[in-house]
Design a protein around this ligand. Structure first.
Ligand SMILES: [Zn+2]
Length: 167
């Protein structure tokens, strides 16, 4: 029997609710901006929410799933299911332009290109400094504040910054 809560819920409202959930490591970007949220579909009297981690083994994913559940428990009771899918793997192409802009404003260099493009051009693309927009940057460490980011430094303005790694 469809519950009243499910009947009242629309996809639009659900997306609006989910847009309030952000990456715990990067509070300025929502899971929709990041492309983590893949699909929201209604099947019978259940909503199926499918997410794809940005980085397998990224500890933030468990937190994101917990946040989705905390939110939807209130809104939908048990009339929903969160599914995690690893295929196709998340790529930085799924990140919205809005999301990339917000990352940059937050001081994290957004991904430059998809891994496919990296292979095409050979050499890896150096990220642009989010502070002064210089392309004159160097990598300090493979890992930044989290495994999903690398640490770079701008040679021009000398500011260190995190770079959201391409996958
Ligand atoms: Zn700079």
């Amino acid at each position: 029997m469809p519950s009243g809560k499910t009947a009242q819920m629309t996809k639009e409202k659900l997306l609006e609710l989910l847009s309030t959930i952000s990456d715990p490591e990067i509070p300025v970007v929502s899971i929709i901006d990041l492309g983590i949220l893949r699909t929201v579909v209604q099947m019978d009297d259940q909503w199926i929410i499918t997410i794809t981690p940005t980085y397998s083994g990224c500890p933030a994913m468990n937190m994101i799933e917990a946040q989705i559940k905390a939110l939807l428990d209130q809104e939908l009771g048990d009339a929903y299911e969160v599914r995690t899918t690893l295929h196709p793997a998340w790529t930085t192409d799924w990140m919205s332009e809005d999301g990339k802009r917000k990352l940059k404003e937050y001081g994290i260099a957004p991904p430059e290109a998809s891994p496919h493009q990296h292979k095409l051009f050979g050499a890896p693309v150096l990220p642009q400094c989010p502070h002064c927009e210089s392309k004159n940057t160097e990598r300090i460490s493979e890992y930044g504040s989290t495994a999903c980011k690398a640490m770079y430094r701008c040679i021009d303005c000398r500011e260190p910054f995190d770079y959201f790694k391409c996958h």
